[in-house]
Design a protein around this ligand. Structure first.
Ligand code: GLC
Ligand code: CA
Length: 554
C-alpha cells in the first residue's frame, strides 16, 4: 500500500455552531475554534473536519448552502477562515471543510434564477418536472419526511429534494453543475485546505428515468433507497471529481457513503479510489428500520463487536476506513453502545479503546473525548433537529403515545450530539457568555474539559494516551498498517482482537459490568494501556474487571 500523509493521523470533527462562542451571541464561531486550537493540539489530533460554516439559512444547520464562496456571518468572515487555516498549519494540523453538493439551499442564486426562468440555464441545474394536478412525478419519500417534490415558486413546475424542501437537489447529469462544483472545490483547496468530508454523496446519481417504487409505509411513499439501489454509474462522477480536484492537491477526502456494494470497495478507497477513505457506518445503521426510528432495535455489545469485525473484514487491507463512535447526525456513542445504566468512566474508556485501535483512521467527534452523553428532553418543543421532529410525527402516526414517541426521539435525536461543548463547570458550560442556541446538557457540572484536564484518570486523559500510543514511533506502523484479527469472537460480551505487524498487540475489552476471565495463549511483554490501575492475573489467566480494557504487547 502506498503510504499517504494522512494514514497515521487522528481526525477530530468540529460542529462549529456548538464548539465555542467567541462573541457572546450564543452561536459557536470560527474565532472560537481558533482560540481552542491549542486545546486540540494538546489532545493530539491532526485533522480537523468542520461541519459547514458557509453562508446558509441554517434550516438544516448549514447543510443547506446559499453561497459556497462565503462564510456565514454568524460563524465569522473569510478572513477568520483563512486565519484558521493558517493557525492550524502553524501547529501541524489541517482543516477539512464539509462538501455539500448533492443539493444547495433554495436561497442559492442558482435556484432563484431557476424560479425566474425554469427553461433557462439554471433550470437545468435542478431536477424540474411539469406539475400535474393531483399527481406527483414519483412516490419517493424525502429523508426528512413527506414527498420529495415541491412546487417551484411562480412556475408550473416542481423540483426534487431528497432532503428538506429547502435543499433542492443539484442535477449532476448536467456538466455545467459539475464544473461549478469543481471550480469551488479547487478555490478552497487553493486556500490551503487539507481536503473535504463529502456529504450525502451517494445521492448524486439518480436512477433515470424517474419512476415509482412499491410503497413501504401507509403514506403510499417509498424510501429513497429503492431508487438509489437502482442507480448505476456514480463512479463516472466520482472519478471525475477525484481527478479534477483532490488528486491535484493530494487532498484527503472522506465520503459519507452508505450503500456501496462489496465489489465496489476498491473503487471507493483502493489505490486510486474516488476517496481517501469512507466512514464505517455499520454500527450506526445496525437495527435501523425503514418504518422509522420508533421501530429500530437497540444494539447489544455482541452486535457492536460483530458490526466492527464485519466492516474490518470487508475492507481488509484494500484501504482505510474512517472509524467513528458518533458524529453530528447520531446520538452520543457512549449512550448508544454502552448498555443502559452502565455508562461510567471505565465503560467509556473501554469503548474508546476498542474503537480507536481498529484498523483505519480514528475520528473523534467534539465532546467524545470527554465522554459526553445524550441530553435529557422533556418536550418536543425543545428539539431543534428537523429529522427528529419528523420522526416524532412518524412515531405518533404509528400509534405510539406522546410519551413513548418522546422517548424514541431522546434516543436518536441529532440534538444529542449538537448540544454545546462542555468546556467548564461555569455558566453555560463555558461555551458562551450569552444564551446558547441549543440547551446545554445539564451534566456539564460533572462532565467538562476543565475538570478532566486536571484529573489524570479522566476520559480525556485516556483519549490522550490512545492518541499518543498511535503516534508512538515503536508501535505506529503496527497500529496504522497492521492486520486486524478477531479473537474469541464467539464469547459473550467480550470484544478482542490482535493487531499484527512488526509487533503483535492484543486489544481486549470486557463489555459487561461483571468480571470475566480470559486465558492468554501466551504471555505478554508489556501493558500498553489499561483503564484500571491493576490487572488481576494468575499464571496466564486474567480476571478482567467490569468494562476493563487492556492493550497488551504480546
Ligand atoms: C448528511 C449530513 C446531515 C445532513 C444531510 C443533508 O447526512 O451529515 O447532517 O442533514 O447530509 O445534507
Ligand atoms: Ca458567536
Amino acid at each position: 500500500m502506498t503510504k499517504k500523509w494522512w494514514h497515521d493521523k487522528v481526525a477530530y470533527q468540529i460542529y462549529p455552531k456548538s464548539f465555542y462562542d467567541s462573541n457572546g451571541d450564543g452561536i459557536g464561531d470560527i474565532p472560537g475554534i481558533i482560540s481552542k486550537l491549542d486545546y486540540l493540539k494538546d489532545l493530539g489530533v491532526d485533522i480537523l473536519w468542520l461541519s459547514p460554516c458557509y453562508q446558509s439559512p441554517l434550516v438544516d444547520q448549514g447543510y443547506d448552502i446559499s453561497d459556497y464562496y462565503r462564510i456565514d456571518p454568524r460563524f465569522g468572515t473569510m478572513e477568520d477562515m483563512e486565519e484558521l487555516i493558517a493557525q492550524a498549519k502553524k501547529r501541524g494540523m489541517s482543516i477539512l471543510m464539509d462538501l455539500v453538493v448533492n443539493h444547495c439551499s433554495d436561497e442559492h442564486e442558482w435556484f432563484q434564477k431557476a424560479c425566474e426562468d425554469p427553461d433557462g440555464k439554471y433550470g437545468k441545474f435542478f431536477y424540474l418536472r411539469d406539475k400535474k394536478e393531483g399527481e406527483l412525478p414519483t412516490n419517493w419519500r424525502s429523508y426528512f419526511g413527506g414527498p420529495v417534490w415541491e412546487d417551484l415558486p411562480c412556475t408550473s413546475k416542481q423540483y426534487l429534494h431528497v432532503f428538506h424542501r429547502k435543499q433542492p437537489d443539484l442535477n449532476w447529469e448536467n456538466p455545467e453543475v459539475r464544473e461549478e462544483v469543481y471550480k469551488n472545490m479547487n478555490w478552497w483547496l487553493e486556500k490551503g485546505l487539507g481536503g473535504f468530508r463529502v456529504d450525502a454523496i451517494v445521492n448524486i446519481k439518480k436512477a433515470l428515468p424517474f419512476h415509482d417504487y412499491p410503497a413501504d409505509r401507509e403514506d403510499g411513499l417509498c424510501s429513497i433507497n429503492a431508487m438509489l439501489a437502482e442507480a448505476k454509474g456514480i463512479g463516472e462522477f466520482l472519478g471525475e471529481m477525484r481527478d479534477r480536484t483532490f488528486k491535484k492537491y493530494d487532498a484527503f477526502s472522506v465520503g459519507e457513503v452508505f450503500n456501496e456494494k462489496p465489489g465496489e470497495i476498491p473503487d471507493y478507497i483502493g489505490e486510486n479510489g474516488y476517496f481517501s477513505s469512507i466512514f464505517d457506518f455499520n454500527e450506526t445503521i445496525f437495527g435501523g428500520s425503514e418504518k422509522g426510528w420508533y421501530d429500530s432495535v437497540p444494539i447489544t455489545p455482541d452486535d457492536y463487536k460483530n458490526c466492527c469485525f464485519e466492516s474490518q473484514a470487508k475492507i481488509g487491507d484494500t484501504g482505510f476506513l474512517s472509524n467513528i463512535i458518533e458524529n453530528h447526525d447520531e446520538p452520543r456513542g457512549v449512550s448508544r453502545y454502552i448498555p443502559q445504566g452502565d455508562c461510567c468512566v471505565e465503560s467509556k474508556k473501554m469503548l474508546a479503546a476498542l474503537n480507536f485501535m481498529l484498523r483505519g483512521l480514528p475520528f473523534i467527534y467534539q465532546g467524545q473525548e470527554l465522554g459526553m452523553e445524550n441530553v435529557p428532553i422533556s418536550s418536543i418543543d425543545e428539539v431543534d433537529d428537523i429529522s427528529a421532529r419528523d420522526e416524532y410525527k412518524v412515531a405518533l402516526e404509528a400509534g405510539l403515545s406522546p410519551e413513548e414517541a418522546l422517548k424514541v426521539i431522546a434516543r436518536f435525536s441529532r440534538d444529542n450530539a449538537r448540544t454545546p461543548m462542555q468546556w467548564s463547570a461555569g455558566k453555560n458550560a463555558g461555551f458562551t457568555t450569552g444564551t446558547p442556541w441549543l440547551k446545554v446538557n445539564p451534566n456539564y457540572t460533572s462532565i467538562n474539559a476543565k475538570a478532566q484536564m486536571a484529573d489524570p484518570d479522566s476520559v480525556m486523559n485516556f483519549y490522550k494516551k490512545l492518541i499518543a500510543l498511535r503516534k508512538d514511533p515503536l508501535y505506529r506502523e503496527t497500529i496504522v498498517y497492521g492486520a486486524l484479527e478477531p479473537v474469541w469472537q464467539e464469547r459473550h460480551n467480550l470484544m478482542a482482537y490482535y493487531r499484527k505487524g512488526e509487533y503483535t498487540l492484543l486489544v481486549v475489552g470486557n463489555y459487561q459490568r461483571e468480571e470475566q476471565e480470559i486465558t492468554l495463549p501466551q504471555g505478554y511483554q508489556k501493558v500498553l494501556l489499561n483503564n484500571y490501575h491493576d490487572i488481576n492475573e494468575d499464571s496466564g489467566c486474567i480476571r478482567l474487571h467490569g468494562y476493563q480494557v487492556l492493550i497488551l504487547e504480546i
